[in-house]
Write a protein that binds this ligand. Structure first.
Ligand SMILES: NC(=O)c1ccc[n+]([C@@H]2O[C@H](COP(=O)([O-])OP(=O)(O)OC[C@H]3O[C@@H](n4cnc5c(N)ncnc54)[C@H](OP(=O)(O)O)[C@@H]3O)[C@@H](O)[C@H]2O)c1
Length: 228
């Protein structure tokens, strides 16, 4: 059974993935930002779950937590993310630059920093894999300008992960990005198409089947490959 690490498990798709993975008998490490949340998650998720406390933008703390653990890690899922500044403050003509910068820190830079920090443990696995939750809003085929900070952060993380896939190919560590669709969470809202539990299960299937023949690619939560 795989040993999985997911960032941002205190709510949304991250929590649904942690629950689904534990139900499959996988071992799960999940991050949240406060000790209080960690204690709550440990008691509600129970056996097989370990809570880690870090903000994904605090690279020093991420490295410290990563170095404090030693078991081989089979799968890392970079899930933590934000939608960015207020909708009327993230178009090309009205941009909250501080908010844009923060969005890039969380959605683009952090997944790479987390991957680097946990790489020693991924290298110990016979089949280390890294999956990052991107978005259909990253697609270059859309000329839309709403939520531009978010769109740009997800397009950028796709490119970063493609580069990581290239760099880790010689080591046999597969790296991919995933479009989870439009999901009913705090971020997606109550009107979204998909229940988090269904998407979570689909993402775990993609992670489970990720091998070197699929590295560097972009998948839908249903498992089919999609264009960048
Ligand atoms: N929902 C959708 O329709 C949809 C569509 C496409 C892509 N996605 C992507 O799917 C992923 C999960 O989204 P979701 O819908 O589950 O969102 P969500 O319900 O808003 O949950 C976001 C998670 O990310 C964590 N997080 C945010 N900033 C963080 C930071 N600096 N450090 C550590 N954790 C942080 C949150 O923790 P706190 O509670 O501490 O803030 C929370 O656990 C995101 O990457 C999102 O962009 C979602």
């Amino acid at each position: 059974m795989p040993n999985l690490l997911i960032t941002g498990v205190n709510r949304g798709i991250g929590l649904a993935m942690a629950e689904a993975a534990l139900a499959r008998g996988w071992t799960v490490e999940g991050s949240c930002r406060t000790q209080e949340q960690a204690d709550h998650l440990a008691s509600t998720l129970g056996k097989g779950f370990t809570a880690l406390v870090f903000d994904v933008t605090d690279h020093g703390r991420v490295a410290e937590v990563a170095a404090s653990r030693s078991a081989p890690l089979d799968i890392l899922i970079n899930n933590a993310g934000v939608i960015g500044p207020e909708p009327d403050r993230q178009s090309a003509l009205a941009m909250d630059f501080a908010g844009f910068r923060e969005t890039l820190e969380i959605n683009t830079l952090a997944p790479l920093a987390v991957a680097q920090a946990f790489l020693p443990r991924l290298r110990q696995s016979p089949q280390g894999r890294i999956l990052t939750i991107s978005s259909q809003m990253s697609w270059m085929g859309y000329a839309k300008s709403d939520r531009l900070a978010y769109r740009a952060s997800k397009a950028a993380v796709n490119k970063v992960m493609q580069g990581l896939a290239t760099d880790l190919e010689p080591e046999g560590i597969a790296v991919a990005v995933i479009d989870p669709g439009w999901v009913r969470t705090d971020m997606g809202g109550a009107g979204a198409d998909l229940p988090a539990a269904d998407v979570a299960s689909g993402i775990l299937d993609v992670a489970d089947n990720l091998d070197m023949s699929r590295t560097g690619r972009f998948f839908r939560w249903t498992g089919e490959e999609r264009e960048f």
